[in-house]
Design a protein around this ligand. Structure first.
Ligand SMILES: *Cc1c(COP(=O)(O)O)cnc(C)c1O
Ligand code: SF4
Length: 345
């Protein structure tokens, strides 16, 4: 059997520019700190929007009210590293490493830790579980970052999944195009394209993250026939305003990435300082709908605590007056739309 192993990542003990080493020491005892050289350079050019995402902050330690695992992922894991919440989809945590440990990470409880790494003996159990459950048609590789695995390990995992006939699509969730774009090589793409239909959701949070390097990474993936989507987290001080979000989502379309989800911050311990109100998220969606390409508008979702699943939110919830639905257009005009009545039964 193939060994599951990681790509070599750079030294994380170095001092980061502008870093307060006392803060870093305190925070890193609970939550790991690592920033790729590429992302350090981006921070030096763009300041706070990048800095807030990657530099440790004492407020992470002050937030003790929220839960480490509000989505109950641990209790939805019938097999170590496999989360089965919806009937037809599973998430596999195939890596616990990332090029950058995002300070707002929903899996802050496990990323960068020593014991949550995928072990060679874990993966066959995941495969057995998926094989035995023929309702599972969509497998999402997540972590941590799956693209921190080396090409051979990815080939091993993907061919294992493709040997199960009821697995329809495979998705990869990765921040590598944003935080370590040089990892996306022609060799990697050659491996990935053997396992279509393959979808990849990446994770851009700010238009400054769209660079020639990240664009190049996305081009290689798209040219390998991989459909690219993006999941953004709504983050206070980073992207919680209309102009930033419009620039982000239209910029993504330009590099062939389709905005998929805008996530309301999960109630994860250590991340409270990033939370915005739902009103802010709805205002951003309202300002996009009709004003920019519909292709650029993501679904705004809350992943409900307790593992109850994602719920999509829309601005201007529509009220009903008799047979009329009262709708609001993108210019703010109210329009009465006559609905049909379904026959009873
Ligand atoms: C988000 C998520 C999925 C995928 O949901 P989609 O809406 O299909 O993208 C699957 N399983 C878990 C546990 C999730 O959190
Ligand atoms: S890349 Fe994803 S999994 Fe890794 S720290 Fe950032 S948000 Fe968490």
């Amino acid at each position: 059997m193939s060994e599951i192993s990681y790509i070599a990542s750079s030294d994380c003990s170095r001092m980061l520019p502008g870093e307060n080493s006392e803060v870093t020491n305190m925070v890193s005892q609970r939550y790991p700190v690592h920033v790729s050289d590429y992302y350090v350079n981006l921070m030096l050019q763009h300041g706070d929007a990048i800095r807030l995402q990657c530099m440790p902050d004492l407020r992470e330690l002050e937030d003790d009210s929220q839960c480490p695992d509000p989505l109950n992922e641990e209790s939805l894991s019938p097999v170590k590293g496999l989360i089965h919440r919806y009937p037809d989809r599973v998430v596999l945590l195939v890596s616990n490493r990332c090029p950058v440990y995002c300070r707002f990470c929903m899996r802050k409880r496990m990323v960068g830790g020593g014991d949550a790494a995928l072990r060679n003996e874990d993966f066959p159990r995941m495969l057995e579980y998926i094989s035995a459950n023929s309702g599972i048609s969509d497998v999402i590789l997540s972590g941590g970052d799956p693209l921190m695995l080396d090409d051979g390990s990815l080939h091993f995992i993907l061919s294992g999944l493709r040997s199960i006939t009821h697995v329809n699509i495979i998705r990869i969730g990765t921040r590598v195009p944003v935080t370590l774009p040089e990892r996306v090589t022609p060799e990697l793409c050659k491996v990935l394209k053997k396992f279509h239909p393959l979808y990849l959701n990446t994770h851009f949070n700010h238009p400054a993250e769209i660079t020639s390097a990240s664009e190049q990474a996305c081009s290689l993936l798209a040219d390998a026939g991989i459909s690219l989507g993006n999941q953004t987290v709504l983050l206070k001080g980073v992207n919680d305003n209309i102009d930033t979000m419009r620039a982000l989502t239209t910029g993504l379309l330009r590099i062939r990435v389709r905005p998929y989800y805008l996530h309301q911050m999960d109630l994860v311990r250590g991340t409270a300082h990033f939370r915005t109100s739902v009103a802010t998220g709805l205002e951003i969606i309202r300002a996009m709908r009709g004003h920019v390409s519909g292709m650029a508008v993501p679904h705004y979702v809350i992943d409900l605590p307790g593992g109850k699943g994602k719920v999509a939110l829309l601005p201007d919830q529509d009220e009903r007056k008799g047979e009329f639905l009262m709708l609001t257009t993108y210019t703010g005009e109210k329009v009465a739309y006559r609905d049909v009545t379904d026959p009873p039964g």
